[in-house]
Design a binder for this molecule. Structure first.
Ligand code: NAD
Length: 247
């Protein structure tokens, strides 16, 4: 079925995606940055259902760590055939007056540079011109790329705008190399990410303002990612699926 790397897969959307992709038959690499225990738990869940999984610690914003991670995958499972760029960060909700260069650069380093580095290493292994057999990439963006997250985290929203441009450009660049590149833009999903912005209950605060009157679950995003990676989406590239309850 193939080998998939899911970045930031120890919790939230990445975790749900890793578990779903294992059920679909992929060998799954669970990238994590902090919690080995949480990553090992995802591996255990997958193995308990006879799936194949491996946890690898790496900061996706660090070029050498990303290269080492892909090399470790080559040795353990063979080269990746699919990539889910999912690991992302945001910081305390604020207006622009409070934003420092250090914070903005940290957001961009993970959410943009990290995505680029993982795409680069994946393309080196998937592209026909490098002897690869093709593959598929899904970049996890955000509805914030469209909405801008005013008063919350415009820096984060802008990083996701850059992710969408990466998806568009790379999809064309590697279309003839057997690689499809697509994006998902989740809206308000129940994960621990909102606590990083200082508002753990953010989804419940805004849910009545959403056309569907509810937040989304990580599993609902995972289903879209799995479809975009699958052969059922074989003619889909450079596309975006909005998972935002109509927002
Ligand atoms: P989350 O905070 O639960 O998960 C993100 C994971 O990424 C964490 O495990 C974190 O440790 C990891 N991570 C962060 N920086 C990393 C780095 N440098 N290297 C490796 N791992 C790193 O959040 P989530 O909601 O599951 O978010 C997953 C993706 O979905 C993110 O890209 C996020 O921007 C996007 N998203 C989430 C929502 C939402 O409402 N939850 C909405 C839109 C988009």
């Amino acid at each position: 079925m193939g080998v998939v790397l899911v970045t930031g897969a120890s919790r939230g959307i990445g975790r749900a995606t890793a578990i779903l992709l294992a059920q679909a038959g992929y060998k799954v690499v669970i990238n994590y940055q902090q919690s080995k225990q949480a990553a090992d738990e995802v591996v255990s869940i997958i193995r308990a259902h006879s799936g194949k999984a491996l946890a690898i610690k790496a900061d996706i914003a660090d070029e050498l760590q990303v290269m080492a991670m892909f090399a470790e995958i080559d040795n353990a499972f063979g080269p990746v055939t699919a990539l889910v760029n999912n690991a992302g960060i945001l910081f305390q909700q604020s207006t622009i007056e409070e934003l420092t260069a250090e914070r903005i650069n940290r957001v961009l380093a993970t959410n943009v540079t990290g995505y680029f580095l993982c795409c680069r290493e994946a393309v080196k292994r998937m592209a026909f011109r490098h002897g690869g057999k093709g593959g598929a990439i899904v970049n996890v963006s955000s509805a914030a790329a469209r909405l801008g997250a005013p008063g919350e985290y415009v820096d984060y929203a802008a990083s996701k705008g850059a992710v969408d441009t990466l998806t568009t450009g790379l999809s064309v660049e590697v279309a003839a190399q057997g690689i499809r590149v697509n994006g998902v833009r989740p809206g308000f999903i129940y994960t621990e990410m909102h606590a990083s912005g200082g508002e753990p209950g953010r989804v419940d605060r805004v849910k009545d303002l959403l056309p569907m009157k509810r937040g989304g679950q990580p599993e609902e995003v995972a289903q879209a990612i799995a479809w975009l990676l699958s052969d059922n989406a074989s003619y889909v590239t450079g596309s975006f699926l909005d998972l935002a309850g109509g927002k």
